[in-house]
Design a protein around this ligand. Structure first.
Ligand code: SAM
Length: 202
């Protein structure tokens, strides 16, 4: 069974909760005046639609056929292309911003690091990376944290195993360490359980 068997209902289930986060991503891209944006692991292309609607030129890559097929149904097929975010065909220093949302926690740790490496490669020297993912801290709501853990548990399988490893190994901070990235801004969502963090390359 394809691990994204739930792709047809992904946006339907998430939309009521994720609208504010999607809008914040757009606001952040506009704030940084990023004109060319890549969404690594774009899934159903939902975030790309928000960016497109705001007039921001963006493309995405995703590996999963069912998510890509759903992107087609969402009219975001031309935005979200099939590809491995660890190694895209884009030239060096091509984008003003590379983002990835809600993806890194659920993949093998080494894949997540390779995707960050690729984001660094395709972003201009004065560009930004935007990573949105779990960031449990002492300020996180325990209730929300339990809710998020329960969602990951129900998704199950290797997603859940990778999520547990992501948390155990130190989450976003641990993933980006060694890359010489500079965190410049963070916003928290969902009871301070999910962070949207901007990193500059310089
Ligand atoms: C939970 S979904 C998040 C989708 C989207 N970013 C969002 O915000 O809704 C995680 C996505 O990561 C994709 N993915 C995992 N590893 C990948 C890789 N190496 N290259 C491209 N996409 C990948 C999966 O196919 C899936 O669509």
């Amino acid at each position: 069974m394809n691990e994204y068997y739930f792709a047809p209902v992904y946006d339907f289930l998430l939309q009521p909760f994720i609208h504010q986060l999607r809008r914040s991503v757009v606001a952040m891209v506009l704030k940084h005046k990023s004109e060319k944006v890549i969404d690594m692991c774009c899934g159903t292309g939902h975030q790309l639609k928000y960016l497109e609607n705001a007039g921001i030129k963006s493309v995405g890559v995703d590996l999963n056929d069912l998510m890509i097929r759903q992107a087609g149904r969402n009219n975001s097929k031309d935005l979200c292309n099939k590809g491995d975010a660890r190694s895209t065909n884009y030239p060096d220093n091509h984008f003003d911003m590379a983002l990835t949302s809600l993806s890194l926690h659920e993949m093998p740790y080494q894949n997540a690091r390779e995707i960050i490496q690729e984001m660094i490669r395709v972003v201009k020297p004065d560009g930004q990376l935007m990573i949105i993912d779990y960031d449990f801290t002492e300020h996180s709501s325990n209730l929300m944290k339990s809710g998020m853990k329960m969602i990951e548990y129900f998704v199950g399988g290797k997603h859940y195993r990778n999520f547990r490893k992501y948390i155990k190994l130190g989450q976003m901070q641990s993933l980006v360490q060694d890359f010489n990235l500079n965190p410049t801004e963070t916003r928290y969502f969902y009871g301070n359980t999910i962070a949207l963090r901007i990193y500059s390359k310089t």
